[in-house]
Design a binder for this molecule. Structure first.
Ligand SMILES: Nc1nc2c(ncn2[C@@H]2O[C@H](COP(=O)(O)OP(=O)(O)OP(=O)(O)O)[C@@H](O)[C@H]2O)c(=O)[nH]1
Ligand SMILES: [Mg+2]
Length: 308
């Protein structure tokens, strides 16, 4: 039996099999303090690796887009990792399976690593796990890390916070900009993509988004709005160029904004870790029989807390 530290070490030394094991360890929340020893490049300074977050409604084309980004990055000689995070439910393995099959064309390519993360097997902690997996991939030397997550609620905002650049993927069918604002996507988007532009309505939504972006207070970065078709390979270059322009901005004029976002993410990660530990300790501290009392309504949650 190897320790968590040994597994992480082997993963970082470049062994794929161990990278998979290490990610699973993190997914199951069992890597613990061994993570603190990773040599993460992306700490106080932006640059390497570049972390792009892809979020948006279900079926918007995020995975198709990620696949295109992988192809572009490989053509540029970059090593790239894709992490597909599925916050929806422990039962929705279907989409992830689809992603796997689509990404299979990259298998055998040592410069590509694709992995999905789900909340299966543990309570919450998905954004914490994502941040830790990104750190691991960073330490493994990947040049580009793409994090894909479905944008439906607050949970994925924490997931996408790990990225340097948040790319929000919408479609002509995504509805209007009011809905986009309600979902909080307007605040987090560094780049907007109206995908499926091979269908009608893309230009109209893009115009609306541009207007909304102009009305939104910003940090000096004006969020570009692109139309694209991941399916027909249209507009991918422009999106990638905008993501890179945003990264350059983060390294220059936007450095303070980048640092603030990364700093907030650090604090959130810390608080999440504390919460995770507290939940675990609370349950074991309560003990099995009192937990049974809680489950059978013999003990109220409030009384249980006082007891603890
Ligand atoms: N017409 C059209 N279809 C597209 C385009 N991009 C993706 N699709 C299709 O849309 C469907 C969903 O694509 P995915 O890439 O799986 O979308 P996703 O956002 O990753 O989906 P989830 O991860 O399930 O939220 C697939 O059938 C794609 O082939 C596009 O540009 N145009
Ligand atoms: Mg997907």
């Amino acid at each position: 039996m190897l320790t968590a530290a040994e597994i992480l070490e082997r993963a970082v030394s470049g062994e794929r099999r161990w990278l998979a094991r290490a990610v699973t360890l993190i997914e199951h929340r069992r890597a613990g303090a061994a993570l603190a020893k990773l040599e993460v490049r992306r700490r106080g300074e932006p640059g390497a690796p570049q972390v792009i977050g892809l979020t948006g409604p279900p079926g918007a084309g995020k995975s198709t887009f990620a696949d295109r980004l992988v192809t572009e990055a490989r053509a540029a000689g970059k090593r790239v990792a894709v992490v597909a995070v599925d916050p929806s439910s422990p039962f929705s393995g279907g989409a992830i399976l689809g992603d796997r099959i689509r990404m299979e064309r990259h298998t055998g390519d040592d410069g590509v690593y694709v992995r999905s993360l789900s909340s299966r097997g543990h309570l919450g902690g998905l954004s914490t796990a994502t941040a830790e997996v990104v750190d691991l991939l960073d330490a493994c030397g990947f040049d580009l890390i793409v994090v894909e997550t479905v944008g439906v609620g607050q949970s994925e905002l924490g997931v996408i916070e790990v990225a340097d650049t948040a790319v929000v993927v919408l479609t002509p069918e995504s509805g209007d900009t009011v809905q986009t604002m309600k979902a909080g996507l307007l605040e987090i988007a560094d780049v907007f993509v109206v995908n499926k532009a091979d269908r009608p309505g893309a230009d109209r939504l893009a115009r609306e988004l541009r207007r909304s972006v102009e009305l939104t207070e910003n940090t000096g970065w004006r969020t570009p709005v692109h139309t694209a078709s991941a399916l027909e390979k249209q507009g991918i270059d422009q999106v990638l160029a905008s993501a890179t322009a945003h990264m350059d901005w983060c390294c220059g004029e936007g450095r303070e904004a980048w640092r603030r976002r990364r700093g907030d993410a650090q604090v959130r990660l810390f608080l999440d870790l504390v919460a995770e530990r507290a939940r675990r300790d609370a349950l074991s501290g309560l003990g099995e029989s009192r937990e049974a009392a809680l489950r059978s309504f013999a003990l109220s949650p409030h009384a249980a807390m006082e007891e603890l």
